[in-house]
Write a protein that binds this ligand. Structure first.
Ligand code: ADP
Length: 246
């Protein structure tokens, strides 16, 4: 079999990203242990440094996941495993991380995801990365003191989750490019760190769930990014008849 230059590049990136996952997991683990063990002895200043370390490490690990998933998706070896899940539980798993990110960057994060919403057919890991990507963007592309509001509601056969910010917003002229691979607006390129893969892979993940991704925005006023995931009961039969929810 012969590979094109592009495929070789993707292979290399996937391999590199895969190798980066081990060390970053170790770093995050020891950071956790350290901040627990030192919690009594650290000064307020040192605590803040630890928190910033923690936030940077979790961001880095998010970027690595995005790179790895995008490479897999492009090679068509990206797999998700759909099972019955509560959106509120999926959020709970990443809530502390995102709360810390918001706090260290001076954003006010408010999350309301009712526990009694219908369950969804979801792949917990990849869907939590979608949530993290959207909340992270809402933090990155808004101002100090800005609000970030996460809500969820039933929308037909779907549970729709929205992430709203009151930040820089998006000009109509670039709305169509947002979900493109490596797209970053020229304003963000210089001032905010990122890979331009977050929305690309988030859309791929949501669509692999049989869902839809949406965005509304006004330049200078803010944006609402949302995704809809099928309610479990509406797809349960289909999942049962396909082998294992893949
Ligand atoms: P990254 O954030 O790494 O640049 P993304 O794929 O997550 O990559 O986003 C692509 C681009 O879309 C960003 O560079 C930014 O220009 C724009 N964008 C994404 N989310 C928002 C938001 N909440 N507000 C304004 N612009 C956004």
């Amino acid at each position: 079999q012969t590979y094109s230059q592009d495929e070789k590049a993707v292979d290399f990136i996937a391999l590199a990203a895969h190798e980066l996952r081990g060390p970053i997991t170790v770093i995050r683990g020891y950071l956790d242990v350290l901040s627990d063990e030192l919690s009594e002895t650290l000064s307020a200043n040192q605590k803040e440094l630890m928190e910033r370390l923690d936030v940077s490490a979790s961001r880095l690990s998010g970027y690595i996941s995005n790179i790895l998933n995008a490479a897999k998706y492009d090679r068509r070896v990206f797999k998700i495993h759909l099972v019955e899940e509560k959106l509120s539980n999926i959020y709970t798993a990443i809530a502390d991380d995102l709360a810390l990110r918001a706090r260290t960057q001076g954003r006010l994060l408010s999350v309301t995801i009712a526990d009694d919403l219908p369950t969804i057919a979801a792949d917990r890991n990849t869907l939590s990365e979608v949530l993290a990507n959207l909340v992270d963007n809402a933090i990155k592309y808004s101002r100090e003191g800005g609000q970030v509001v996460v809500t969820a509601a039933v929308d037909g056969n779907f549970v729709k989750c929205s992430v709203q910010d009151f930040g820089i917003g998006i000009p109509t002229s670039v709305m169509n490019n947002l979900f493109g691979k490596f797209y970053r607006s020229h304003r963000s390129r210089s001032s905010v760190s990122g890979t331009g893969l977050g929305l690309y892979i988030s859309k791929a993940v949501v669509e692999s769930h049989g869902g839809k991704m949406g965005v509304t925005s006004k330049e200078g006023e803010g944006s609402v990014f949302s995704f809809s995931i099928p309610i479990y009961s509406t797809v349960a039969d289909k999942l049962a008849s396909s082998h294992n929810g893949n």
